[in-house]
Design a binder for this molecule. Structure first.
Ligand code: MN
Length: 267
């Protein structure tokens, strides 16, 4: 246990079991503070609230300790904390544990990853943690492996190997039989993680509605080797380094001189 401080948040709301599992384990390696939304913001991406004021309240968490809850998005929570409402700047931000994977190019939908991005924007290293918890409503999700791994990774980042500026780690934990500890792979982002479809219906007033949904794409073991989707399909914990600079550098070179051909620039 060090004197380091970890800020914990999520996109599922302050009472989500994944947040509490994370808090319990992280509290063994550092001081922890919770700034979490008062409701579920899953798939809210990097939403910010600029058109109305935000509230911040102290709440009694499920474990009896005190945390902070806001009426804003995951990004708002981190922003408020870093703008001075957390007395001391944190050394690390950990977001999660999200029930459901956040892999491939679909991570930009994720409120869990967005909260980590907000940390990085504020100059604080961050980790997003998501876990495959299955789809059986009778089984309560088990976050043990994800929380243990998050604590071990947090200690490593705080004590041995700090993340470079501008980067976060996106962690995904596969669904595995109890007592199996999955090995870890460093990965790159895969392609699309979900297939989308729209369900059309009619409301009680006769107006059509459209409900967009998605199913996880079949995550086969021969998905491109080295991606996060491949790692999960093969039973590994996936850790993907993410940079906020989304520039495609190869096009900067390939499109050299492009400006003069597509627009009437001065010669
Ligand atoms: Mn969520």
């Amino acid at each position: 246990m060090t004197d380091r401080l970890i800020l914990i948040t999520n996109d599922d709301g302050v009472n989500a079991p994944g947040l509490m599992a994370l808090k319990e384990r992280l509290a063994r390696v550092a001081h922890v503070e919770v700034f979490a939304p008062d409701r579920n913001w899953s798939a809210a991406g990097r939403t910010r609230t600029f058109h109305k004021p935000l509230r911040l309240d102290r709440v009694r968490l499920l474990d009896g300790t005190v945390g902070h809850v806001t009426n804003g998005s995951p990004s708002d929570c981190v922003s408020l904390a870093l703008l001075g409402l957390l007395k001391t700047p944190p050394d690390l931000i950990v977001s999660g544990i999200n029930p459901g994977l956040n892999t491939g190019q679909d991570i930009t939908y994720s409120g869990t990853v967005a909260a980590a991005m907000e940390g990085v924007r504020g100059g604080i290293p961050a980790v997003a943690v998501s876990a495959d918890v299955g789809s059986d409503p009778a089984e309560s999700p088990d976050y043990t492996v994800g929380a243990e791994f998050a604590a071990s990774l947090a200690a490593f980042l705080l004590e041995e190997r700090p993340l470079p500026p501008g980067t976060l780690l996106n962690v995904n934990v596969p669904l595995l039989p109890a007592a199996r500890i999955p090995p870890v792979r460093l990965t790159r982002l895969g392609g699309l993680a979900y297939s989308n479809y729209v369900v059309k219906g009619e409301d009680p007033h006769g107006r059509s509605y459209y409900w967009i949904s998605g199913d996880p794409l079949t995550q086969t073991s021969d998905a491109q080797t080295g991606t996060d989707i491949w790692a999960i399909a093969n039973g590994f914990i996936s850790v993907t380094p993410i940079h906020l600079d989304m520039t495609e550098y190869s096009l900067l070179e390939r499109f050299q001189g492009w400006e003069t051909r597509c627009w009437l620039n001065e010669a």
